[in-house]
Each structure stands twice: as structure tokens, then as C-alpha cells.
Design a protein around this ligand. Sequence first.
Ligand SMILES: NC(=O)c1ccc[n+]([C@@H]2O[C@H](COP(=O)([O-])OP(=O)(O)OC[C@H]3O[C@@H](n4cnc5c(N)ncnc54)[C@H](O)[C@@H]3O)[C@@H](O)[C@H]2O)c1
Length: 248
Amino acid sequence: MLKFRDKDQALAKIKDLAMLSDIFPTGFHGAYTAGVGPGSTVYIAGAGPVGLASAAASQLLGAAVVIVGDLIPERLEQARSFGCETVDVSMEASVADQIDQILGVPEVDSAVDCVGFEARGSGAEASQEVPAQVLNSMMQVVRAGGDIGIPGLYVTEDPGAVNEAAKLGNLSIRIGLGWAKSCRFITGQCPVMSYNRALMQAILFDKVQIAKAVNVTMIGLDEAPQGYKDFDKGAAKKFVIDPHRSVH
Ligand SMILES: NC(=O)c1ccc[n+]([C@@H]2O[C@H](COP(=O)([O-])OP(=O)(O)OC[C@H]3O[C@@H](n4cnc5c(N)ncnc54)[C@H](O)[C@@H]3O)[C@@H](O)[C@H]2O)c1
């Protein structure tokens, strides 16, 4: 638990502060462990709440260009709304080619996987689940010696997976490419407590607008079932359930 010094100040920013419980530290962890810093270029796969939080965190860390990839147009639009460049992974042009069009080079300093094992393929394969898609694309687009942050979830068992190997969490990863480029991979559950006090300060002192970036949308408990359905369909919103309707 985090103690807020001033109740009125905290309530004025409660939509932002609510993001400290998970997605803001998680997105920040992805960017931080991928080595994002002043002047970095970064590719973030996934424009869900974690990807958008990672994009806002990259801006906070001083990135020169933040590029977010997804295949849902509304989520890409949400990323553009706070100054990110975007890549549509459903297009024929590869992620690297689209990055080239933005930066003039087909690679970035840092890459963050905010998708995980439920990744879709790219281009013609965009409607299929291709669990290793993002990990392989990260290794392709990060520069030699670049770091890859992986907050996206990978599992040890996935009974509904596309093939027998993936059912046990075995993915077809092109690890030779990662070796050849001396990439570093950082993954696992986010150590939320390592970051949330500093991120609280960044929110309270107006250094980041995280609720706006992830499009926090407050709903009552009765709207929760619909909220889950909409989120499952890829709504460009981070629903926050406010059971007592105490926030306006
Ligand atoms: N490490 C941690 O502690 C931690 C904490 C919270 C969430 N997570 C994980 O982070 C991931 C993201 O969470 P979320 O809530 O934003 O999920 P989400 O499902 O809302 O977002 C994932 C996005 O990735 C997009 N996507 C699918 N395939 C893609 C591809 N090939 N390239 C680019 N984008 C692609 C989807 O369209 C979707 O918008 C999940 O795997 C979640 O379990 C990890």
C-alpha cells in the first residue's frame, strides 16, 4: 500500500494514481529494463493498457521517439493522441520497414513486448495466433547490443494453444538472432513496489498524464460485465470499476 500525503491532492488525481496498482509500474518496468533513456528510440509492441503505459513511461524517461505497434486502429489512434508514432502490424509492410519509414533506419535502441503469448501474426497472418511473433520481431528490430523488456505474459501451460509445443509454453524463438546481436532479455512479473513511490511523485507533480494516456474510463459495478466484454474486444479504454461511484 502507498500512503498519499494529502487526501484532496490524491483525490484530484485518483484516476492516475489508480494506475500505480499494476499497469503503470509494469509499463515502466518494460521501458526501464529495455534501457530507455534520454534520446532513445523505442518500439513497444502492443497498444493495450500496458503498452500505452510503457509508451507514457518511455516519454517520462526521455525517449526521443516512441513507436507503438498494434493491429487495432482505435488503440493505435489512442497512442497517437499523446505523441507516439505508430506501426500497424496487420499491414503488408514489416514492422522493420514501417520503423524505417519513421526513423530512416529499420531499428530502434530498445524494444518492449507488451503483448505476450497471445500475439497475433503480422501481415497476412494477422488473424492467427502466433505466440513467438513479438519475441522474434523484437530481436529483428532492436539494434545490436539493444535490450528487450518483456512484461508481456508467457506461460508454462496453455491448453488452448495453436500447437502441441505451445501448449507447454515452448515457442519457436529465433534465439540465434538474439545471440548474434548480443541482445539482453528481461522478463517476469513486475516488481511493482520498486517503482510505485517514484511514479506516484511523477503523477502528483504533473510529470506524466497516465490516466489520459491509457484512457481511464470509470464504470460502476453494474457496468462491469459489459466493461469486460468491451475490453476483450479491444476497446481503447482502461476500465476502472468504482463500486461506490465516489469519483466524478
Ligand atoms: N509482467 C507483469 O507483471 C504484467 C502485469 C500486467 C500485465 N502483464 C501482461 O502484459 C500484457 C499486456 O497487457 P494488456 O492489459 O495491455 O493486454 P491487452 O490484451 O489489452 O493488449 C495486448 C495488445 O497487443 C496487441 N497485439 C497482438 N498481437 C500483436 C503483435 N503481433 N504486435 C503488436 N501488437 C499485438 C493486441 O491487439 C492488444 O491490443 C499481457 O500479456 C498481460 O498479461 C504483465
